[in-house]
Design a binder for this molecule. Structure first.
Ligand code: SF4
Ligand code: SF4
Length: 503
């Protein structure tokens, strides 16, 4: 290597996801960001004296990489965040193809490069790309947030083709809602959660707007007495939002998720009004009202074979508005099975998603999309379970019965009168099982396992009759994860690299 011709660059993803992404506002309520498995607390303390002395390190043997352009690559593995490197940094990394101390690894480099190369090695160790022999990734099973789904009403003014609800005329009364909030706080105290997230859902919760408002005010006042942080998210179709409502929602500090599946027709074929007419224009109006009142709605997009072709147009539109969004895969249920056009044709979904990614590439947002662009996968931090079901998630139906997953509301586990509904949910072994990815056949050796976690348990069970196997969407996921990683690499190059150069 010639002098002054060695300029290694290492950029580590900081997971600067959009606030409210990580599927935290999605209709499905797969609360990956707060799920029981949570993030691997890989705190690697780098002591320079150990580095230069006895500590031996080697390249993480599960890491994969792909080229971003002629100069930069992105590295990723099941248990470290994505890392972008240039070819000079890669030269340092390849010195650790076998286990060795930093000082012995650097012997083959000219002496004047040692200081810089040593700093790069430290960056790799901190990032988890260089590991000590037998280093094991550990997972933090303590979760901070208890999420509570309040099924405000079963009624809805839309008839989405994939909806799993019967739309009976059933509402949650104010008294039941308050009792559900009390029950949630009881469990939060018993299990020492620091935060509770209430999801006001349905059906269309804005049909019962006054109830939602009263419930959230009650939740806020109780949270102050109990000193537990509280967050409220309204999961809406957006059609019934008015300026006054948006203003009140904003003043109460609630977040808003709006479902939108396409621009015009591609939305309307999946999400028409009960009478069959189009809803897109009203949803668009709702989004604009929200924005004018200072709310940034999170857009939840359900991808099926019906709208996959037009997905890129919608993604382009959402990026133009600079809105956070999540791409969620359609999940077949008993009521939606009749609509065969929704069913996944794998290649159609892959092609549609890749076109959408192309749109993202052309308009890369500053915030990371890793948590929200491949269905339930959260590629922003390693974890072991897809959602909080059975661990830190309560679903209250209109009558105060408690279940594990909103798509299985009839599967009642307990009710709001018990002292600790979450304890009953955690004990239950009859209903849906939310297994760790380590327990899923086909996933254990997968390079994506701690990002993918094997997909939605319910979806897998419906397709295979088992919880302990990989997702029926595995083929699609594996085709998309490298693309999603590539996008993250390009984003890091566009936004993080210039910042790093300024430091
Ligand atoms: S579902 Fe497929 S991609 Fe996901 S962890 Fe399992 S094997 Fe890997
Ligand atoms: S089991 Fe599936 S549908 Fe239910 S909350 Fe989890 S990811 Fe969502």
């Amino acid at each position: 290597m010639k002098k002054n011709n060695f300029n290694p660059i290492v950029i580590v993803s900081k997971n600067s996801a959009f606030p409210g992404s990580n599927h935290s506002d999605c209709q499905c309520d797969c609360d990956t960001g707060d799920c029981a498995c949570t993030v691997a607390p890989r705190t690697i303390i780098v002591d320079k004296s150990i580095l230069l002395g006895e500590g031996t390190y080697q390249r993480q043997n599960t890491s994969s990489y792909q080229k971003l352009n002629g100069e930069f690559s992105i590295w990723f593995s099941p248990d470290h965040n994505p890392v972008v490197t240039n070819s000079d940094a890669d030269k340092v990394l390849f010195l650790f193809n076998g286990a060795r101390t930093v000082s012995s690894a650097l012997v083959s480099m000219p002496k004047d490069k040692h200081e810089v190369a040593c700093k790069v090695a430290i960056e790799f160790i901190k990032a988890g790309l260089l590991v000590q022999e037998n280093q094991i990734t550990t997972f933090n099973s303590t979760h901070q947030t208890l999420t509570s789904w309040l099924h405000i009403t079963d009624r809805c003014n839309l008839r989405c083709s994939y909806c799993y609800l019967p739309h009976v005329r059933e509402d949650m009364s104010l008294e039941t809602g308050m009792a559900a909030i009390d029950a949630t706080f009881r469990s939060a105290e018993i299990h020492q959660f620091k935060k509770v997230k209430f999801k006001y859902a349905g059906g269309e919760p804005l049909i019962r707007y006054e109830t939602v408002l009263a419930l959230h005010k009650y939740a806020l006042s109780e949270s102050q007495k109990l000193r537990i942080n509280v967050e409220g998210v309204l999961l809406s179709n957006g059609t019934l939002l008015t300026k006054e409502r948006a203003e009140e929602i904003h003043n109460l500090g609630m977040r808003l998720m709006i479902s939108l599946d396409g621009l015009g027709h591609s939305h309307d074929v999946q999400r028409p009004y009960a009478g069959g007419h189009e809803s897109f224009m009203d949803v668009e109006r709702g989004i604009n009202i929200a924005l004018s009142e200072g709310i940034t709605p999170n857009i939840s997009i359900t991808v099926s074979s019906k709208n996959a072709d037009q997905l890129a147009d919608l993604v382009n539109w959402v990026l133009e508005y600079d809105l956070p969004f999540s791409l969620n895969f359609y999940r077949e249920n008993e009521l939606s099975m009749v609509d065969k056009d929704l069913s996944f044709i794998d290649q159609k979904i892959i092609d549609g998603m890749k076109k959408a990614y192309k749109a993202i590439e052309e308009r890369l947002p500053e915030k990371s999309l890793l948590a929200s662009i491949v269905d339930r996968a959260n590629l922003s931090s390693p974890h072991q379970m897809t959602c909080g079901v059975g661990n830190n998630y309560l679903v209250f139906d209109c009558n105060g019965q408690v279940g594990k997953c909103q798509m299985l509301m009839k599967n009642v586990i307990t009710n709001l009168t018990v002292l600790d509904p979450l304890g009953e949910i955690q004990k239950d072994k009859r209903g849906i099982l939310n297994l760790s990815v380590e327990e899923k056949e086909g996933c254990k050796t997968c390079e994506w396992k701690y990002w993918c976690t094997g997909g939605c348990s319910l979806n897998t069970f419906r397709a295979t009759g088992r919880y302990d196997v990989k997702s029926p969407n595995c083929h699609i996921y594996k085709a998309l994860y490298p693309e999603a990683m590539r996008l993250e690499g390009l984003r890091l190059l566009k936004y993080e690299y210039p910042k790093q150069q300024l430091q």
